[in-house]
Ligand binder design. Structure first.
Ligand SMILES: [Zn+2]
Length: 184
């Protein structure tokens, strides 16, 4: 995306402490459509007090396609809020956008259930990012809900056991990638 004040501020992340998973909350939309929405925010006026600030680093589509919107070492506006959970403040300080990578997941319906293809691609993506940033999949993958209590992603808020399964799947994928075998 183009560098702009509303969706790609062009600032470097301080460090990457966690991945934060979201739902797009717009049933049936594609990864590309959601990326184009974030890009369109640049058209807003700087004088607009009600301007929307929103973006994410990656969007995983219903068919398992992955669109990267912002480089993984730059800030995205995916988890900003007036209040954060005590757990998030402990882990990230008072501005979690500074040190987290945001991943939006598309979904076919309003219930927010993810397709097998989306979950598979998201698992592989999170595994690669965990290796890249030396993150522990079981501790360093958060839901948006865990950071701000927003109901996002709805399916994982409604089915916390499936979020635990997702993180375990990422941990298994990291092992398959052979991370940390010490052989260079
Ligand atoms: Zn979210």
């Amino acid at each position: 995306m183009t560098v702009n004040p509303f969706s790609r501020p062009g600032k470097k992340l301080s460090t990457v402490k966690a991945l934060v998973v979201h739902w797009v909350a717009n049933p049936g939309t594609t990864a590309k459509q959601n990326r184009d929405y974030f890009e369109s925010l640049k058209k807003q006026s700087l004088d607009n007090a009600n301007a929307r600030y929103a973006s994410a680093h990656f969007i995983v589509g219903i068919s398992g396609e992955v669109v990267q919107c912002i480089p993984s070492d730059e800030t995205a506006y995916h988890v900003g809020a007036k209040r954060y959970t005590p757990e998030a403040i402990t882990a990230f300080g008072h501005y979690p956008n500074n040190c987290t990578v945001g991943i939006e997941l598309c979904h076919p319906k309003a219930d927010g259930q993810f397709s097998t293809e989306t979950l598979h691609a998201a698992t592989e993506l999170c595994a690669l990012l965990c290796v890249q940033f030396s993150l522990d999949p079981l501790k360093d993958i958060w839901t948006h809900h865990g950071v701000t209590e927003k109901v996002c992603p709805k399916w994982f808020v409604d089915h916390p056991d499936e979020f635990e399964d997702f993180k375990q799947g990422v941990a298994d994928a990291v092992k398959r990638l052979g991370a940390g075998d010490g052989n260079g």
